[in-house]
Design a protein around this ligand. Sequence first.
Ligand SMILES: [Zn+2]
Length: 301
Amino acid sequence: MTNMPGSQPPIVNAMTIDVEDYFHVSVFDGVLPRTQWDSLESRVCANTDKLLEIFTEYEVHGTFFVLGWVAERFPDLVRRIAAGGHEIASHGYAHRLIYDQTPAAFRADVRRAKAILEDASGRRVNGYRAPSYSITPRSLWALDVLLEEGYRYDSSIFPIRHDRYGIPVSARGPYAIERSVGTLVEVPGSTTTAGPLNLPIGGGGYFRILPYWWTRWGIARVNRIEKRAAVFYLHPWEIDPGQPRLRASRLSSFRHYRNLDATEGRLRRLLTDFRFGTMDAVLEETHLHSARAAAALPYCW
Ligand SMILES: [Zn+2]
C-alpha cells in the first residue's frame, strides 16, 4: 500500500472489469461481421476465471460489467462471478456504440442485458457501462433510457478528448445527473489533470500501453490530493497474450495488442500498491448510493 504509517487507512478504489471477448472490441467493428462471433474461439470464460483467481489471491472484490451476449451463452460464468462476492453490472447486450443506435434499439439492448444478468445471478443489476464509453453529447438521451429501465448508476462518460468518446468538460469525480425522469449517479473512469487537459489514468489501453508508473502515480494523486477513490477498469482479453490475432488498422492493432503479455504482472503490482473494492464501495464512500443525497449534489456540465 502506498500510504505512510500513521496516516489514514488507504482509500478503497473501484476495480471494474468489462466482461467481453477479444472479438467484441469496437476496434473490430466493420472489420469482423457480428454474424461470425459465434464461430470464433471464445476465451472469455478462461480469462475471466483467471481474473477471479487473481482477485481471490489478493482478497479483492470488483464490479463486473458483463456483456449480455456473453451472459446468455455462459450463465455459469455470471454465477461464478457473483458467487465470488463481486458485483454484477451491465455492459449492454450487443456491444453497439450508443450514438450509432436509435433510442428504441438502445432500450431493447439494455433491457435484454439486465434481464439476462439478473436471471443468471439472481441479483438486481444497478450499474451500466457503455461499449467504448459511448455516452457523448450526441447520446445523452441514453441517460433517460437507463433510468427508465431501472439502472441506478452509470460509468460511461469519460471526461476526456478521444476519437470515439468523451465529454472533456464533464466532472472528473462521481456526481449526480438530474433528468426529468429521475437522478442517475455517474461514476467516470479516473483521470488526472495537466493544465486544461484531463488525462486518463484508470486502466484499459492506458494501463497496458503507458508505463506502469503512470497509473500508480495517477491513482496515488487522486487518493492523496483529491482524497477520493479512483475507478480502474480492465478487460479479460487484456491478460491473454495467446488470443487469436484479428486484422485491423495499424492504430487499432497497436491499441489492442500492445503489452498483452505484461498486463497480468502489472495488475498484480497494482493490487499490491492499492486497495480495491466494488463500485458499491465507491458509491457508499461518496454517499451517492442514496438517491436523496445524490439529488442534493450539483448538476455537472
Ligand atoms: Zn466493451
